[in-house]
Design a binder for this molecule. Structure first.
Ligand code: FAD
Length: 307
């Protein structure tokens, strides 16, 4: 039986595992794909103290750091259920069951994609999902934001400070963002908002994005925009479907609800990173929350009476 079992091998999980192992706890980490979203990232310029790095390089360093400690790393293993029987039990897709006194859930999230031609081809070459991360790459250039919800309009306001021009494309006939954000966006001269717009294709020159095509859902007309970047802001989906039948409380968006110590609704079960209600989703934040969750789990374990 583990003292702490970490589910997820992104920055939150790696950090949690290291913090637990450094407490002398019997620690395991089970990950579908070690590195998580970081493995899909090209340039990383906001991981403070490292001026610039690349996702795969940071993933290798994360793994190297975890392996410095006595952590049982289980790669390519997917957790499918969480239950309780003389300790918490995590069932893996292959049928194996791991038993642990406490848990850190750090299964991350995934960006909802547009699922249009060109999106995958130009992902990281103009198609972006994170304005905090990639906004500066488009300094002085025209970009589009897909989605007129809060994240889309926030992204547009943020990008308007950096880029030449932002076109927001919203599928519906109304924006779903808060009124105050909509008013702010409308006050900025370099933001244009187009409603009833269905993006149909990401256009490129074979190397990078050059624009997009969309259909005006009212007139049925096909239109094109010339762009250097496209920020897709149509939702971040937490990887928590596997927790639906557990008693871990989730928010209406499926995020694991945590408190300041990373504690969930179940005693001894902690969570960290993009899978949780943490409002901002970044590598440095995920790592910090992994440390918090692990220290929370430690706090819990030292209060348990030995059986
Ligand atoms: P994730 O990185 O999502 O890792 C989740 C882990 O859980 C993975 O190991 C996954 O395989 C595993 N997992 C999921 N489900 C299961 C399961 N059922 N069983 C077992 N394992 C499971 N942030 C920045 O700070 N700077 C950037 O420049 C930046 N650029 C980005 C670019 C892109 C393209 C993307 C997608 C994200 C970017 N981000 C960036 C955001 C950043 O990557 C995330 O905030 C961060 O990775 C979240 O860490 P995490 O550990 O919570 O989750």
């Amino acid at each position: 039986q583990f003292d702490v079992l970490v589910v997820g091998g992104g920055p939150a999980g790696a950090s949690a595992a290291i913090y637990s192992a450094r407490k002398g706890l019997n620690t395991g980490i089970v990950a579908d794909r070690f590195g998580g979203q970081v493995a899909d990232t090209l340039a990383i310029e906001n991981f403070i103290s490292i001026k610039a790095t690349e996702g795969p390089k940071l993933v290798a360093q994360l793994e190297e750091h975890v392996k410095e400690y006595d952590v049982d790393v289980m790669h390519n293993q997917r957790a499918v259920a969480l239950s309780y029987k003389n300790g918490y039990e995590i069932t893996l897709e292959n049928g194996a069951v791991l038993s642990t006194k406490s848990l850190v859930l750090a299964t991350g999230a995934r960006w909802r994609e547009m699922n249009v031609a060109g999106e995958q081809q130009y992902r990281g070459h103009g198609v972006a999902y994170c304005p905090h991360c990639d906004g500066p790459l488009f300094k002085g250039k025209p970009v589009a934001v897909i989605g007129g919800g809060n994240s889309g309009i926030e992204a547009a306001i943020d990008l308007a400070n950096i880029v030449e021009h932002v076109t927001v494309l919203e599928f519906a006939d109304t924006l779903r963002a808060d009124e105050v954000l909509i008013r702010k966006a409308k006050s900025l001269k370099n933001i244009t908002i187009i409603k009833n717009a269905q993006t149909t294709e990401v256009l490129g020159d074979g190397k990078k994005v050059t624009g997009l095509s969309y259909t005006d859902r009212i007139s049925g007309e096909n239109k094109q925009l010339n762009l250097a970047g496209i920020f897709v802001q149509i939702g971040l989906i937490p990887n928590t479907e596997w927790l639906k039948d557990s008693n871990v409380e989730l928010s209406q968006f499926g995020e694991i609800i945590i408190d300041a110590k990373g504690a969930t609704s179940l005693a001894g079960v902690y969570a960290a990173g993009d899978a949780t209600t943490t409002p901002f989703k970044q590598i440095i934040i995920a790592m910090g929350s992994g440390a918090t969750a692990s220290l929370g789990a430690f706090d819990y374990l030292i209060r348990q009476i030995p059986s």
